[in-house]
Design a protein around this ligand. Sequence first.
Ligand code: NAG
Ligand code: NAG
Length: 381
Amino acid sequence: MRPSLAASLLLAVTLLGACDPSHVDEMRSQERLFLGSLGLSAPGPRAPGGRPGRRHVPSALWRMFRSSEDARTRESDPCTVSEYGVRGNIIRYVQDQGRLVSGWSSSCQACVEKQLFFNMSVLQPVELLSLAQLEVKFHWRPLRSAELLQAPGHLGVSLYKVIRATLRGANPQANRRLLLSQSLRLQPEPSSVTMDLTPLAENWRKPGRNYGLVVELLPLGAEPEQLLPFHPGHSLPPEPAFALPPIQASLVAVSLNPHQCRSRQRRSAVRLPVTPSNVCKARRLYIDFKDVGWQDWIIAPQGYMANYCHGECPFPLSESLNGTNHAILQTLVHSLDPRGTPQPCCVPIRLAPISMLYYDNNDNVVLRHYQDMVVDECGCR
Ligand SMILES: *[C@@H]1O[C@H](CO)[C@@H](O)[C@H](O)[C@H]1NC(C)=O
Ligand SMILES: *[C@@H]1O[C@H](CO)[C@@H](O)[C@H](O)[C@H]1NC(C)=O
């Protein structure tokens, strides 16, 4: 890690008042501040090659990331997610943390149940939830084609919300409400069920309200002997290839952080000149996230042109230096008493956003629109 680069990044993104914030402590605290604004408590572990078993990035999220990159140079509202037609600047794939298979259902002998749990506290309280869409994917890969013939043709999929905790011995059905019930054809290609759960997910954000969901799978249209593998105590291996398609569930949560959504968002395609000069202006700086040790949790981009402000704010302050009246007076006083009063600082006065795709502390994949990441213009302040 090159501290000077990290310091420049933090300078670029945090608009510090001081001209030269190069202390390591200050840098650490600025890093924490920046991560906090991303909703992270600390950067992810820095094991080489990243964490094993990390979720792959859903292709829909990659598509949105690429289109947001293209949109940067166009006039487009960064606080609307056009893919879903809702307001938002953060898209999370919240990972299911429910227990894998809770065994054979007590209420339905041939059913298999899976709990789904999405920890909604990854959303910061300030965020407004615009959309929560559940996506349950069934990856059913028969090992042999014979299993395709033996297996039941359809699965009955029922989705329940759990409204309170069930005490031992009580009937769990009493604490559930059916949300959806449909039949799914089993096929070698993954199939999925999606459902809008926005009001429910909003409720889950309140403390003590999230009891999660239950998915119940019931093989349909099979002969009784074909159901054999679905029954407890059968003599086949505990998980025959066709008994239960592995379930992968995620909650796509789109939210808006209103503090990070100001109206002036235009990303100018500013090309910085490379003319040497010691007067205040924006300078080119490419930040490679590897250099600041963030490559394990930032998925994309790998780096970006962040730029920084540097240079003198000399007397008399010319108009092109975009000084405030205060800065004009400060340069005047500085010219009279250089020891007593410093020159104004050369700082960013216009910053532009970028989009970032990263893993949060819970390993959810997040696409977020980040303001104030690129210096477009500098001025004397
Ligand atoms: C949810 O996530 C928060 C913070 O990430 C954590 O403190 C909390 O224990 C989690 N809750 C559950 C039930 O896993
Ligand atoms: C001051 O602002 C103008 C446009 O408003 C810009 O062209 C110029 O580069 C800025 N000056 C500096 C030092 O960045």
